[in-house]
Design a protein around this ligand. Structure first.
Ligand code: PEP
Ligand code: MN
Length: 345
C-alpha cells in the first residue's frame, strides 16, 4: 500500500498518517519527492484496513501496489533518487566512473592505483578487503587491515570508498570504514545480510546475482529499504548464459528496464560483466549510452601481478581514456561527468 499525499500536504498531516500506520502495527516509510510525499506501508496488514487513511487531511489517494516490490518502485517515488556517497552524488544528471583494484593488496598497490583514478577524474575508489572467492585456496582479502588502507586512500586522495561486505560480521566493520557498502552478486539473496544492510548507516551498492531476474534484484533492494535504508544503488555485472566468449553476459538492457519501473540509480560493471580487459572500454561506453548512472571498473597498475581478477583489470592510463569517453557519451544523452571531490575543493 502506498499513501500519496497532496502536493501541499503539511508536515503535521504527514506525521498523523505515519502515526496511524504505526498504530496499525505496520511500518511507515515517508518518501519525499519533488512534487509530493508518498508513504509506503510495509508489514502484514492483518485486520487493519489502510484504506481508512483516505479520509485523513492532506491525503490524495491510497494505492494498492500490485507488484511485490513497493519502496523501490516509481509509484513510491516518481523522480530519480540521488544517493550521496561520501560527498559524491550517484544518480541524477551526473554520471560517475568508479575505479580501483579487485582486491586491496597493500598500501603501495592501492596508492599507485588511486593516484591514477584521481588524476583521471574518477570520483569513487573501489577495492575489496573481504573477497568472495570461488576457491577456498585463493586470496581472501586482507580483512580489517585492508579497510584501514582504504581509509588512508580516502584521506590522501579525496576519493570516497566502496568496498564489499561478504557477511554480517564484515558488514559491521565495513559500515565503520567505507562510504558505500557493496553487496556482491553471490550475496544478492542473502536475506539476513540484506536486512543488516538495511540497518547500516551507509549507502548500499547491490550487485545483481549471476542468475537473478530483474524482479529478484528489485526485491533484494526492497529488503534493504524495508529496514529503513533508502540509499540503494543497483549494479548490473553480467549474468550466466551459454555464451562463452566472455566470463558473463553483460545484460545492458536491464538498465532501461530498471529505469522504467524504479527510481534507484544503476551502475554497470563491465569488468566482471565481460571478464576481459579488451571489452571493458566498449561496454563502458555502451552502458552510459544505455542510460546507466555510471560504471564500476577494475583497475590495476600491474595486472599480471594482481592477486585476483588480473585478466579483466585495466591500466590506470586506459581508465583515464574511459573517463573521457564516458563523459563524451554522457553529453550526447544530455548528461555529463559528476565532478570529483578533488576537483571541487
Ligand atoms: C567485485 O566487485 O569485486 C565482485 C566480487 O563482484 P561480483 O560480486 O559482481 O562478482
Ligand atoms: Mn573482481
Amino acid at each position: 500500500m502506498l499513501v500519496v499525499m497532496e502536493a501541499g500536504a503539511r508536515p503535521d498531516q504527514i506525521e498523523a498518517v505515519v502515526r496511524h500506520i504505526e498504530k496499525m502495527g505496520l511500518k511507515a516509510h515517508a518518501i519525499p519527492g519533488a512534487n509530493r510525499t508518498a508513504i509506503g506501508i510495509t508489514g502484514k496488514p492483518g485486520r487493519a484496513d489502510p484504506e481508512i487513511l483516505e479520509n485523513y487531511p492532506g491525503v490524495k489517494e491510497v494505492i494498492r501496489v500490485s507488484h511485490a516490490y513497493k519502496l523501490v518502485s516509481r509509484e513510491a517515488r516518481p523522480d530519480d533518487s540521488i544517493i550521496n556517497v561520501g560527498g559524491v552524488d550517484v544518480g541524477g544528471n551526473g554520471i560517475v566512473v568508479v575505479g580501483g583494484p579487485c582486491a586491496v593488496e597493500s598500501l603501495d598497490q592501492s596508492r599507485a592505483i588511486a593516484e591514477g583514478i584521481r588524476n583521471a577524474g574518477g570520483q569513487l575508489f573501489r577495492g575489496g578487503a573481504f573477497k568472495p572467492r570461488t576457491s577456498p585456496y585463493s586470496f581472501q582479502g586482507l580483512g580489517e587491515p585492508g579497510l584501514e588502507i582504504l581509509a588512508k586512500i580516502r584521506e590522501e586522495f579525496d576519493l570516497p570508498i566502496v568496498t564489499e561486505a561478504i557477511d554480517n560480521e564484515a558488514l559491521a566493520l565495513v559500515d565503520q570504514y567505507a562510504d558505500c557498502i557493496q553487496i556482491g552478486a553471490r550475496n544478492m539473496q542473502n536475506f539476513s545480510l540484506l536486512k543488516a544492510a538495511g540497518r547500516a548507516r551507509k549507502p548500499i551498492l547491490l550487485k545483481r546475482g549471476m542468475s537473478a531476474t530483474l524482479e529478484e534484484l528489485l526485491l533484494s533492494a526492497e529488503y534493504i529499504m524495508a529496514e529503513g535504508n533508502y540509499n540503494v544503488i543497483l549494479c548490473e555485472r553480467g549474468v550466466r548464459t551459454f555464451a562463452d566468449h566472455t566470463r558473463n553476459t553483460l545484460d545492458l538492457s536491464i538498465v532501461p528496464a530498471i529505469k522504467r519501473i524504479s527510481h534507484l540509480p544503476v551502475l554497470v560493471d563491465p569488468s566482471h560483466g565481460t571478464g576481459k580487459r579488451n571489452k571493458v572500454a566498449p561496454m563502458s561506453r555502451a552502458a552510459i549510452a544505455a542510460g546507466a548512472d555510471g560504471v564500476l571498473i577494475e583497475v590495476h597498475h600491474k595486472p599480471e601481478e594482481a592477486l585476483s581478477d588480473g585478466p579483466q583489470a585495466i591500466l590506470p592510463e586506459a581508465f583515464a581514456v574511459i573517463v573521457r569517453e564516458c563523459d563524451a557519451i554522457a553529453r550526447v544523452v544530455g548528461r555529463s561527468l559528476q565532478p570529483a571531490l578533488a576537483a571541487t575543493v
